[in-house]
Design a binder for this molecule. Sequence first.
Ligand code: SME
Length: 162
Amino acid sequence: MAVDLSISKGTKAAQYQSLLPQIKALMEGEDDLIANLANVAAALKEQFNWWWAGFYLVKNDELVLGPFQGPVACTRIKKGKGVCGKSWVMAAALIVPDVEQFPGHIACSSLSKSEIVVPILKENAVVGVLDVDSEHLNHFDQTDQAYLEELVTFINFNDASD
Ligand code: SME
């Protein structure tokens, strides 16, 4: 069965509106977390061609690298560290227009210039984060935040810790 993604070329909102139902459909009927996260990262990269898009998963009180698309990345991030660790502690999305201005930013890639991190919640606890990096400054805004927050609600985390 072909599962090709249909790529939209409209506004940013239109691109998300085209992509999100496709991502939802890709995950329907599949309960393997790694398979689903891998497809989400691939779909985001294919639609937006961001520098890096992927997941860090909470394991034993730190974030551990999960499925992603882009250059190799740091494997572990301590709670509260970097943009990802802060988003985890705050249980809130963080938009960083210029990573050099963010105290404690962890530079996995020296080419990354701006970033957005969205926490993934299960039963009110953060179980991971979606992290997206751009090689352009000021690349992410409230539109990205709104759609990425919606996207992560599609992810079934039931097999992460069970
Ligand atoms: N910049 C992130 C680290 C992860 S990489 O960008 C893939 C941070 O400061 O948490």
